[in-house]
Ligand binder design. Structure first.
Ligand code: NAP
Length: 402
């Protein structure tokens, strides 16, 4: 009897934000499976040398940079070595490579609000969307989820916590948690580098200290968000959209070892958890191969080495950003858009040493307390509110750092 060898079908992939932390981990996983994945497009903002190196290794059909000047430089470098990669520039070019008819799967790994439109373009084009860019759902949750269902896209969360919950839920989990016998989602948080610090010490935190995460190696913006716990707040909002949950159905559990990536509690008392070493290649490989499983280059968890798992409640007095995000989601409408925009401006100002670490939460709270209105009924209205909130936050930064 002849045995047929299993031949997986080749998927064409666009990696948005390929030079970032998630982008490079994605290419690492893709590089392990040349029989499964073919890179269609790679994109960066300004990291042209890194993008050139990636183009030479992965030979994409298209590469995208932000400025025309950088794109011209890359075009010439590729031409010099005879590589036919097409190079384009600007935000619309990002949407083009996300929605291209030849693409099966899009890794949405641009950081911040800049990632919204290309991720949405991928959803509207019915792609398999691997969503790392949590800001897209925070800003436009209802619109994004509508686009996914209208276009028949497959949305797979890459944030390790949401990926863990996805793995702990039944395959069909839309329509509200109670309908599937789920009583609560437990979103784990490492607690960040300042979990045990006094308020006085937190007041003097530097960007270098905030970017040195104890368990995860990540980009600078998400590292600061992890340190303020705003990251957990954004994730709470993201989880509400992904899993049809209310903020009250999500419990944040500080778990310093980052071994349990999150859990789902069922009405019969069962709690199902997903565990693994803290390495983003695991959720990335899960998203790429779903519903199959592939090697991610990640060691199997050694429980004897882990030895113990600790849990504690988050301290929202020292880390007010988590509460601000929960309140914004409860308030609904444009509040999460305002929260996200003010946070991006505040984090950037902190990284530039224009404001202190604790000013991030104060600034977000201040912008949220100002009158704003509007419904999340079009992407234009979301972007207009995003701009308004950025302007308010920038004016405050200018005043506070004067
Ligand atoms: N890192 C993690 O472990 C992790 C875990 C869960 C979720 N996430 C989420 O994944 C996303 C990416 O995070 P990251 O840590 O990988 O960020 P990162 O290391 O800062 O990388 C961001 C990527 O986006 C590109 N980019 C930045 N601004 C852009 C703009 N205005 N237009 C187009 N491209 C732009 C960057 O290009 P340049 O290199 O040219 O700047 C880079 O390729 C974030 O939304 C984050 O919350 C990350």
């Amino acid at each position: 009897m002849s045995q047929q060898t299993y031949q997986p079908s080749l998927q064409r992939i666009t990696v948005l934000g390929s030079t970032g932390s998630i982008g490079t981990s994605t290419l690492d996983v893709i590089g392990r499976h040349p029989d499964r994945y073919d890179v269609y497009a790679l994109t960066a903002h300004t990291s042209k040398e890194a993008l050139l190196a990636q183009c030479l290794t992965y030979r994409p059909a298209v590469a995208v940079l932000d400025s025309e000047a950088d794109a011209t430089w890359l075009r010439l470098e590729l031409k010099r070595v005879g590589q036919p990669t097409e190079v384009n520039a600007g935000p619309e070019a990002l949407c083009d490579v996300a929605r291209d008819a030849s693409v099966d799967c899009v890794m949405a790994a641009i950081v911040g609000a800049a990632g919204l439109l290309p991720a949405l373009a991928a959803a509207e084009a019915g792609k398999r969307v691997l969503l790392a860019n949590k800001e897209a759902l925070v800003m436009s949750g209802a619109l994004f989820m509508d686009a996914v269902s209208r276009a028949g896209a497959t949305l797979l969360p890459i944030d390790s916590e949401h990926n863990a919950i996805y793995q702990c839920l039944p395959a069909e989990h839309r329509g509200g948690l109670a309908r599937h016998g789920i009583s609560q989602l437990m979103l784990t948080a490492s607690g960040g580098p300042f979990r045990t610090w006094s308020q006085a010490d937190i007041n003097n935190v530097t960007p270098e200290q905030a970017c040195a995460h104890p368990n995860w190696s990540m980009g600078r913006k998400i590292s600061v968000d992890s340190a303020t716990l705003m990251n957990k707040g954004l994730e709470l909002i993201e989880a509400c959209w992904l899993f049809d949950a209310t903020p009250e159905q999500i419990q944040v559990v500080v778990h310093p070892q980052s071994v349990i990536h999150s859990m789902a509690a069922y009405q019969d008392g069962s709690v199902i958890a997903q565990l693994g070493n803290p390495d983003m290649r695991t959720p990335i490989a899960y998203g790429l191969a779903w519903p199959e499983r592939i090697d991610a280059g990640v060691e199997t968890l050694d429980l004897f080495q882990v030895a113990r798992l600790d849990f504690e409640a988050p301290d929202e007095a020292r880390f007010p950003c988590l509460g601000l995000a929960r309140d914004a989601m409860q308030q609904g409408g444009m509040a999460p858009v305002v929260l996200n925009a003010a946070n991006e401006v505040a984090v950037d100002a902190f990284l530039q040493r224009r404001v202190g670490f604790t000013a991030i939460g104060q600034l977000v709270a201040d912008v949220l307390s100002r009158p704003f209105h509007g419904h999340v009924d079009s992407i234009e209205s979301v972007l207009a509110t995003d701009q308004w909130a950025r302007q308010q936050a920038q004016e405050m930064v200018a005043r506070w750092s004067a």
